[in-house]
Design a protein around this ligand. Structure first.
Ligand code: SF4
Length: 145
């Protein structure tokens, strides 16, 4: 099973390659953000996300943008702390009202399935960098634990 850390590394590398390619093609910030709209990505980058193969949106939004996929507010750790005998593997740093948790045996994970924050283009513009790992640098809190 892929860990949060390995997913972040693999996805960050993939994101970097695509961003660099778009920059070389001369796209500006607005054009790069537009390129990452779900419909365009399904058509032109079918291997970027598993869900593209079945044309399935991870969130039901009219304009779903995949630029951030993952969220700068998401926190995960490779060294989960035990609280009330449950291991906390991930959480939301802003405790979004649309976030939730799911539990499996004694493990607790953040559930972002109802939260659209990182897929909105206004939010992406506010946090934009072509360096995805820089935007997401606070997500891995393994070192703090
Ligand atoms: S609940 Fe929303 S804001 Fe919080 S980490 Fe998940 S997507 Fe981000």
């Amino acid at each position: 099973m892929q860990t949060y850390a390995s997913w972040f590394k693999d996805f960050g590398d993939k994101h970097h390659q695509l961003s660099q390619r778009l920059l070389k093609q001369g796209l500006n910030q607005a054009e790069i953000i537009k390129y990452f709209r779900f419909e365009n990505m399904v058509l032109n980058e079918p291997n970027f996300c598993e869900l593209y193969k079945t044309n399935t949106k991870c969130h039901e939004m009219t304009v779903l943008n995949c630029y951030l996929c993952a969220c700068p507010n998401f926190r995960f750790t490779s060294h989960p702390k035990a609280i009330d005998k449950k291991l906390i593997h991930s959480n939301c740093s802003i405790t979004s009202k649309d976030g939730a948790i799911f539990e499996h045996e004694n493990s607790v994970h953040q559930d972002c399935s109802r939260c659209q924050i990182p897929h909105k283009e206004d939010y992406i513009k506010k946090h934009f960098s072509t360096n995805w790992k820089e935007i997401m640098k606070a997500c891995d809190s393994s070192e703090e634990d």
